[in-house]
Design a protein. Structure first.
Length: 413
């Protein structure tokens, strides 16, 4: 049921992809790179940041499924309201529409972050350590890869037929379909028979995880190195929302290119997810993190080199060739986005004491939330410099992440 829940839920999320579909939509509404950067913060930061504040509450309960269902229920309600506000006000009050969308969408992801904390804790208590990599990989293989290929085909068909699906009805259809799949995925998880987790016999205050943040970073080198590596990796992703903007703004590709890029991203996740579970069991989760760190460096480096070349030669190429040249960027994003998460969460569940796993999860995820400020930095910089230079800055951050990955201790397969 955990795999089926993940497959259906991620199928829905793909219709509102934060690296292709929603950035393309926001670009059509506002044309502001800062707005796209703010969405990057709302999408990732909203999910990560609240987890440290919820960790103490989650640790007090042996059963977490009810918290998961409440959190995702609130997320679905707020996400639905965000899209309704966007489509009702975009034509007459675009600024108010964007403000409401970012606020409601980000708040919804805050509740989603609490649900995600509960889900990860349940995985830690119910899935054996040597099978966690395979569990995450199978969820991503079906939902983030196989079903998302279908999403890419649907997106390309809808966005490439403005006569049949005029703007903004085209995006309204895609977002509504995605929302319905996410609701179904959440409902399926209600059927899981939960195994109660361990509870600390001396419960700490609800906000204890906040107070333990710095002490744990000082005393647990494994946690400290993992956080540093993923923070730098997150910083390297500041350019991800702008790849599709570069294609539309600088290279003049049509809206249908977003569907092509989503397919490339999905194929990348498919290729990666076919191997992440096996690699986790064979070589350990630190190996996956190091491998993904390499790919996270290759993606923006290739984007910078390809972007600089295309700026001067794109007029000599057909749109199909330009899409083909840019597709490897999204292929690598697909591989690393899931692989990095699998390696990070599986490694964290290995090093965290069972009775305070929610604290470790909350600390890691909230630290990751700090790194989500980088898309906003990328948005501000993109207003002053050409986008390929943002890609180069991402490459530098990824190189630093690769260096820190070498400090991660070895883990047992």
């Amino acid at each position: 049921m955990g795999v089926l829940n993940g497959a259906i839920f991620m199928f829905g999320v793909a219709f509102m992809s934060p690296t292709t579909i929603i950035p393309a939509f926001l670009h059509e509404i506002s044309g502001s790179k800062i707005t796209i950067g703010l969405f990057g913060i709302a999408h990732t930061g909203g999910w990560y940041l609240p987890q440290i504040f919820a960790a103490g509450l989650v640790e007090r309960h042996r059963r977490k499924k009810w918290i998961y269902l409440m959190g995702n229920g609130c997320r679905m309600a707020l996400t639905g309201l965000a899209f309704i506000a966007l489509f009702l006000l975009a034509g007459t009050h675009p600024t108010a529409a964007l403000a409401l969308f970012l606020s409601l969408y980000g708040l919804g992801l805050c509740f989603g972050g609490v649900a995600g904390l509960c889900f990860t804790e349940m995985v830690g208590s119910m899935i054996p350590a040597h099978r966690r990599g395979a569990f995450f990989s199978l969820r991503f293989l079906l939902g983030g890869s196989a079903l998302t290929i279908l999403t890419g085909v649907i997106v390309q068909e809808v966005l490439s037929r403005p006569q049949t699906f005029p703007y903004p009805s085209n995006y309204a259809f895609l977002f509504s379909l995605g929302w319905l799949m996410m609701v179904l995925g959440t409902a399926l998880f209600a059927l899981v028979r939960e195994k109660p987790g361990e509870v600390d016999p001396h419960p700490r205050p609800v906000l204890a995880a906040v107070h333990r943040f710095l002490p744990l970073l000082r005393t647990d080198a494994r946690l400290r190195h993992l956080i540093l590596n993923r923070l730098l990796a997150t910083a390297s992703q500041m350019s991800w929302p702008f790849f599709v903007v570069f294609a539309a703004e600088d290279l003049k590709l049509g809206a249908g290119a977003a569907g092509v890029f989503l397919i490339a991203q999905t194929v990348g996740s498919l290729v990666g997810n076919l191997g992440w579970g096996w690699l986790s069991g064979r070589f350990g989760n630190c190996f996956i993190i190091r491998f993904c760190s390499v790919l996270e460096w290759v993606a923006p480096t290739y984007a910078f080199l390809a972007g600089e070349w295309l700026i001067h030669h794109a007029t000599e190429l057909t749109p199909g060739w330009i899409e083909l040249i840019l597709s490897p960027i999204f292929f690598l994003i697909g591989m690393t986005s899931y692989g990095g998460h699998i390696g990070m969460m599986s490694h964290l569940l290995e090093i965290a004491p069972p009775e305070c796993r929610p604290t470790y999860i909350g600390i890691l995820c909230s630290a990751m939330g700090i790194g989500t400020l980088t898309p906003l930095l990328g948005g501000y910089l993109a207003e002053w410099v050409d986008l390929p230079w943002i890609f180069l800055l991402s490459s530098v951050c990824a190189a630093a992440a690769l260096r820190t990955s070498l400090r991660l201790g070895k883990t047992l397969p």
